[in-house]
Write a protein that binds this ligand. Structure first.
Ligand SMILES: Cc1cc2nc3c(=O)[nH]c(=O)nc-3n(C[C@H](O)[C@H](O)[C@H](O)COP(=O)(O)O)c2cc1C
Length: 198
């Protein structure tokens, strides 16, 4: 891979919200997850935890996704153009037919600061996004499940885990994955006022 290839990869990543129903091979998902776990983490605690939802369970989750929409829609109504608002609503109702959802948790313990624990997991999440792209897949990181965090914990069964009972397991986001079925325009990036050189 050349330097140009690398930057081109980073710049071409964009959130995909409409997927083909074809299911990516399990080996591909495992490779993507392996890439996720090459991310850096505070004190190398590798405190990410991933729960993969496919098949009937994925279908069952749509009910929850629809519920998470109710917590977000009013803010989006003010922020988005009507056409984009409608598209986003549809995405929450169907998850764009994504065949795979990866729920990403942090295992927070006292031997690491809270914010670095969270940051470590998001480092892994971006590796997921980029590895998916390399595999010809699309992805969308979603904070929406946080609207119904406790219900998602129940749905996934993580509530039975000892670390959950110790209040150490925290849902941070979900990532939808599948073969892209649209090619949305790249969301604009703002360069101004983001970087200060001293
Ligand atoms: C932490 C986080 C939470 C996000 N939550 C959602 C979400 O709930 N629903 C959604 O459609 N997109 C979500 N996104 C995707 C952003 O809307 C998207 O990354 C942003 O608009 C820039 O577009 P791009 O990813 O295509 O470059 C989220 C992204 C991040 C990083």
């Amino acid at each position: 891979m050349t330097k140009e290839d690398f930057y081109q990869l980073i710049e071409s990543r964009k959130s995909i919200r409409k997927y083909k129903t074809e299911i990516p091979p399990k080996a591909t998902i495992e490779r993507i997850l392996a890439a996720a776990m090459h991310a850096p983490s505070g004190k190398n605690r590798q405190n990410w935890r991933f729960f993969i939802v496919t098949g009937d369970k994925r279908q069952e989750y749509l009910r929850y996704s629809q519920k998470s929409w109710l917590g977000i829609k009013d803010v989006l109504k003010q922020r988005l153009k009507p056409s984009l608002y409608d598209f986003t609503e549809r995405f929450f109702y169907t998850l764009g037919e994504a065949p795979i959802i990866i729920f990403c948790y942090s295992h927070n313990t006292d031997d690491e600061r809270y914010l670095t624990s969270i940051g470590s997991v998001y480092m892994a999440v971006e590796n997921i996004n980029l590895a998916a792209l390399v595999e010809g897949l699309g992805s969308c990181t979603m904070g929406a499940p946080l609207e119904i965090k406790a219900e998602v914990d129940q749905f996934l069964g993580v509530t039975t885990l000892p670390e959950y009972k110790a209040k150490q397991l925290e849902l941070l986001c979900a990532v939808t994955i599948g073969y892209p079925d649209h090619n949305p325009p790249k969301a604009a990036r703002i360069i101004e006022d983001r970087v200060t050189w001293l």
